[in-house]
Design a protein around this ligand. Structure first.
Ligand code: ADP
Ligand code: MG
Length: 237
């Protein structure tokens, strides 16, 4: 099957230091792939390259088998069919929930707002403002907003790290079920093995700019590629 998203041999250096080092990775349609690795290993840089806010030095990016970024191609961020959810998922404070979710949608797509609010469990919240919502509710609005334009791929960079411990697993599960229901392929960045084990169909273990192991969570957990990978998973709760 053609991957929904494919990175081939992506390299990126800052001031002569290689931060992404020949990274190849694919995300299958409808699947959640976790890019898992310690802080500073290059995860966010990889996502920024995919989102089009940073450009790779070499390598190519494909969506549904078509190149969107390479030596001779660069598709503008808004035409990549890629949605984003980052840790500080700032909603527009001056817009109500419906205004946030519907922001930038064409008029004939406005029924999407109610449909998505229902999916994230916030029917009836249309007229509320961000400051009237709890952290978990804001997170759900951010998810609805990111899904509104029907992206083929959702990039999520540690989206749950700002949440209260007590809420986190519940919101992880809810988020996953909404994404599965929409059929969106996901590349989720995290430094927490527990989060990857809970959410991923596929885990790509990253270290110093490279993928050192990729496979399903069961295999990664039970057959780590080396001592460092085993140690990384050993303090999982
Ligand atoms: P992660 O998300 O895995 O924690 P990052 O991709 O944010 O890692 O960063 C990887 C490395 O690249 C870090 O050492 C970081 O300081 C460096 N880096 C990231 N962005 C830039 C930049 N714009 N300029 C210089 N160095 C950067
Ligand atoms: Mg990061």
């Amino acid at each position: 099957m053609t991957p929904r998203l494919e990175l081939r041999h992506i390299c990126k250096s800052f001031a002569g230091r290689q931060v992404v080092d020949d990274l190849s990775l694919s995300v299958a349609p409808g699947q959640v792939t976790c890019l898992l690795g310690p802080s500073g290993c290059g995860k966010s840089t990889t996502l920024r390259i995919l989102a089009g806010v940073e450009r790779q030095d070499s390598g190519e990016i494909y969506v549904d088998g078509e190149i969107i970024c390479g030596p001779l191609t660069e598709t503008a961020p808004e035409h990549r069919s890629i949605g984003l959810m980052f840790q500080d998922f700032a909603l527009f404070p001056h817009l109500d929930v419906a205004g946030n979710v519907g922001f930038g949608l064409p008029k004939n797509e406005m029924s999407r707002v109610g449909e998505l609010l229902e999916k994230v469990g916030l029917s009836g919240f249309e007229g509320k403002y961000p400051h009237e919502l709890s952290g978990g509710e804001q997170q759900r609005v951010a998810l609805a907003r990111a899904l509104a334009p029907r992206p083929k791929i959702m990039l999520m960079d540690e989206p749950f790290s700002g949440l209260d411990d007590r809420l986190r697993d519940g919101i992880r599960d809810e988020t996953l079920s909404v994404l599965k229901d929409e059929g969106t392929a996901v590349l989720l960045v995290t430094h927490e093995p527990h989060e990857a084990m809970r959410m991923a169909d596929e885990i790509a273990l990253m270290r110093a700019g490279r993928i050192v192991q990729q496979g399903n969570p069961y295999n990664i957990y039970n057959a780590p590629v080396d001592k460092q990978a085993a140690a990384f998973f050993s303090d999982i709760n």
